[in-house]
Design a protein around this ligand. Sequence first.
Ligand code: BV8
Length: 251
Amino acid sequence: MENTISAALPLLRQACHVTVLTGAGVSAESGVPTFRDVLTGLWARYEAEDLATAAAFERDPALVWGWYEWRRSLVLRVQPNPAHRAIAAMAARVKLSVVTQNVDDLHERAGSTGVIHVHGSLHTPRCFACATPWHYPAGIPDEPEGGRRLAPPPCPRCGEPIRPGVVWFGESLPTAAWQAAQQAVRDCDVLLSVGTSSLVYPAAQLPFDAAREGKTVIQINPSATHVDAVAQLSIAGKAGEVLPHLLGAWA
Ligand code: BV8
């Protein structure tokens, strides 16, 4: 790992614009289960691709709303980790774009601004029918370990159920966010892909778009992914351990 970190430093130092693409692995060291691990307790018998859908919500709104409320309560209880903080610190050293697939707000709580959320956010619920934005009551919900079914609140405007503000499978990505993410790849010299299995499209396409456009792709992930095929460097390590070292590029 040390030699790939030292090989990354000159590539970052020479960059005028770095775009960081993050997945659930960047929040793992905060204690947020990765997307492959977030199905526990009541939801353990489901596949994420089946539960994170509008059809699942229409079929059983309490099962799906309970899952997202459990995840939201967990995110509200944890703190950004050194990976989030290193990414926020990078913005003071080089022009930086942050594109995340995560629906938590840990990048923002670490100080990153202008974060591009291509899969929405746990913190922006809206009406399933009329899309009227809805606001959670203050405080951290007290969700039991193992989870529970929880009926979603009714929309104050039309009475239909409130849904999480995330992008479900089968739903299009928010146009503005997706266009900003693609622009951030076009504009950068280096794409840093951190903590993503790169299995969900179209976000998973971004590192391949970057490589095709001649950008330098650097990956940080303890495991191998498809991105290894196009990465100039794959740093086999944890985001919270590797990213603080990469700040050395600008020391
Ligand atoms: C779309 C929000 C156009 C919700 C997520 C059939 C019909 C419709 C579409 C499709 C279809 N077949 C395929 C598709 C496309 C589909 C897709 O890609 N499916 C996959 C399963 C093949 N995509 C879509 O549906 C997208 N929309 O295509 O629109 C359209 C519209 C209508 C009709 C047709 C087409 C929308 C996809 C968005 C889904 N929403 N999240 C929620 O959070 O509940 S996806 C979710 O999973 C994440 O956001 C992320 O994008 C994805 C993968 O998660 P990761 O972040 O990568 O996490 P994961 O757990 O997988 O991996 C963690 C990684 O971290 C691992 O590699 C691990 O090694 C590493 N790691 C662990 N610890 C650390 C670490 N790394 C560093 N440090 C550590 N400490």
